[in-house]
Design a protein around this ligand. Structure first.
Ligand code: GMT
Length: 374
C-alpha cells in the first residue's frame, strides 16, 4: 500500500512509534511517505521511505504560524502526487484534522484516500478534555475512517471522555527486538555499582521528583548505585536541585537526550517510570526488551505492559517507599535480577515484538481501505 504518516518529529513516544511503524512497514514492502515539520530523529534513510518536510510560513500578521494548515497543504500535495491509499495521523490534533482538510482538497482521482488516526494519550487526557479543543478533537475521532489507541486503558478513557459512537480499536505499541535486545548488555555488578535509568521529557506527568526521591531511598541501601536521567524538559532544573537537597547529586547524572538509546538501556540494570499515568509507556517496553527490569507506576496502560513480579514491579503512584523497596528487591540479589532481566526480554519479545504488531496495522489498513464512505 501507499501510506502517508503524519507525526510530531520530537523525542516523544508518539513520534517514535510513528517512525518505527514507518520503517517496519517499508521493510514489508509498503511505500511510505512521512510528513512532518522536521525529520523525526529516529528515521533513517532507507528504501521505500520518503520524507516530506512541512514548511511553516511565519508572516508578521500571524501571532502563531498556522502549522496545521501548512501540514494540510503538504499532505494534500503528497497524497495527490504519490497516489496514497492511507493517511495515518498520529494524534487527533492537529494531525487528523489536517489530514481531513487535506482529503477535502484532493483531486477526484484521490477520492479513495482513507484516514486512520492513532491516539497516544495526551490528545485525550489533556487536549481533548480542555473545552477549547473538545469538539474539534471529538470531530476528528468520529469522522476519520479508522481510530486506534495504544492501550485498552486509553480506549476506555476515550470513550469515557468523548462518548464516541464506536470504541477505538486497540493496537498496542511495539518494539524492534533486533535493535532493543539483551545481547551485549552489561552484566550484574558484583561491586554494587548499579545503573538506574529514567528516560523522559521531564514533563510534570513524568513525576521526575519521585524518581530522584526513590533513588535517594535506594542509595541508602545500595550506596554504589547511580541514577542516569536521560532527556530534558520543564522539571529538569528542579530535579537537579532536589538531588542536591537529598544529598545524592554526586550519584545522579543528568545525561540529556541520547541518540543511541538502545545502548543506554543495555547499560542499565533497572529502569524507573513513575508517571501519574502513561497511556502505554514505551520507555518501559524498550527497557524490558533490552533485558532491563522496570519499576513503574500502577497506572494507565503500564498495567498492560509490565507483568507484575516477572519483568518488573507496578507500585501505586507516588508511593516512594514501596517503589524504593521494589527497586532494592530486584537489584540486591543476583539470581532475582538475572531472572527478571531474562523474563523482561522474553515478555517484550513474546507480547510486543514488531513482527507481531505490524501485521495488526496492515490488517486494519486493509479493512479501512475498503470501507465505504459514511
Ligand atoms: O509521554 C510523553 O510525554 C510523550 C507522549 C507523546 O505524545 O509522544 O507519549 C505518549 O505516547 C507514547 C507512544 O504511544 C506512549 O508510550 C506514552 O505512554 C504516552 N504518554 C503519556 O500517556 C503520558
Amino acid at each position: 500500500m501507499k501510506i502517508g504518516i503524519s507525526c510530531h518529529p520530537t523525542h516523544g513516544g508518539s513520534g517514535v512509534v510513528a517512525t518505527e511503524l514507518a520503517m517496519a512497514l517499508a521493510k514489508r514492502g509498503h511505500e511510505i511517505h512521512v510528513v512532518s515539520e522536521k525529520r523525526p530523529f529516529r528515521l533513517v534513510e532507507m528504501h521505500n521511505v520518503h520524507f516530506h518536510q512541512v514548511n511553516v510560513t511565519d508572516y508578521p500578521l500571524f501571532k502563531q504560524p498556522p502549522s496545521g494548515l501548512c501540514l494540510a497543504n503538504e499532505l494534500a500535495e503528497v497524497a495527490d502526487e504519490h497516489k496514497l491509499d492511507i493517511i495515518h495521523a498520529h494524534y487527533a490534533i492537529p494531525h487528523a484534522i489536517s489530514a481531513m482538510l487535506a482529503r477535502d482538497m484532493l483531486c477526484e482521482c484521490s477520492s479513495h484516500v482513507r484516514i486512520v488516526t492513532t491516539l497516544h494519550g495526551t490528545d485525550i487526557t489533556l487536549v481533548g478534555s480542555d473545552r477549547n479543543f473538545y469538539r474539534i478533537c471529538r470531530y476528528a475521532m468520529q469522522k476519520c475512517h479508522g481510530l486506534t489507541t495504544v492501550s485498552k486503558w486509553l480506549a476506555q478513557q476515550t470513550m469515557d471522555t468523548f462518548k464516541l459512537d464506536k470504541t477505538p480499536h486497540v493496537i498496542p505499541n511495539f518494539v524492534d527486538c533486533d535493535r532493543f535486545t539483551p545481547k551485549q548488555r552489561i552484566a550484574y555488578p558484583e561491586d554494587g555499582a548499579f545503573r538506574i535509568l529514567h528516560a523522559s521529557n521531564f514533563r510534570a506527568v513524568k513525576r521526575v521528583f519521585d524518581v530522584v526521591r526513590v533513588f535517594a531511598e535506594v542509595h541508602k541501601q545500595l550506596p554504589n548505585a547511580k541514577l542516569i536521567m536521560v532527556g530534558d524538559g520543564p522539571d529538569h532544573g528542579r530535579a537537579r536541585e532536589l538531588a542536591a537537597e537529598l544529598g545524592v547529586c554526586d550519584s545522579v547524572e543528568f545525561a540529556g537526550p541520547q541518540l543511541n538509546i538502545e545502548q543506554t538501556y543495555r547499560d542499565s540494570h533497572l529502569c524507573l517510570l513513575l508517571s501519574d499515568y502513561e497511556s502505554f509507556g514505551l520507555a518501559a517496553l524498550e527497557a524490558m526488551a533490552s533485558g532491563t527490569p522496570v519499576v513503574v507506576s500502577k497506572a494507565g496502560g503500564l498495567v498492560e505492559v509490565v507483568d507484575e513480579g516477572q519483568s518488573g514491579f507496578l507500585r501505586p503512584v507516588g508511593d516512594i517507599a514501596a517503589m524504593a523497596e521494589a527497586a532494592v528487591s530486584v537489584l540486591d540479589d543476583r539470581a532475582t535480577w538475572q531472572h527478571m532481566s531474562q523474563a523482561a526480554a522474553r515478555h517484550a519479545r513474546e507480547q510486543f515484538c514488531k513482527d507481531k504488531i505490524i501485521p495488526l496495522y496492515e490488517q486494519f489498513y486493509e479493512r479501512v481501505a475498503f470501507k465505504p464512505e459514511q
